[in-house]
Write a new protein. Structure first.
Length: 125
């Protein structure tokens, strides 16, 4: 089973939306970074939701795409969990941590990929 990085990112974003993550944003870094092609950034309202979103993403990406994360960071304190799938890096933040790090501003020149569901932030590139 072979999926593109964009397909993987959209599977993960769809699960995040189903699990009620908010402000879901997909940044296309393919022309800006040698590290990965996409950052998927989202907010979980609390630690319990953060864990549920991360678990659901791992489960669905494994089932639909046949992939497991290369690494997972931040599960201990759950204020920012990072799932590294190689070309796609998923960031699940608690609100105050997302505001503090503001990855979307740091990567402000990166094009935003329209996800087309209510949980996503609709911004122009």
């Amino acid at each position: 089973m072979s999926v593109t990085p964009l397909e993987l990112a959209k599977v993960a974003a769809g699960v995040a939306d189903e699990k009620k993550a908010s402000d879901i944003l997909l940044l296309d870094l393919s022309d800006m970074s040698d590290v990965c092609d996409y950052f998927l950034i989202m907010t979980a309202a609390n630690r319990r939701l953060c864990d549920a979103v991360v678990d659901a993403i791992e489960e669905r990406v494994s089932l639909n795409c046949g992939l497991k994360p290369i690494s997972e960071e931040g599960r201990e304190d759950s204020s920012w969990v990072l799932l590294d799938y190689g070309p796609v890096v998923v960031h699940v933040f608690l609100p105050e941590t997302r505001e503090y790090y503001r990855l979307e501003r740091l990567w402000g020149d990166a094009p935003r990929v329209e996800l087309g569901f209510d949980g996503s932030v609709k911004e122009e590139s």
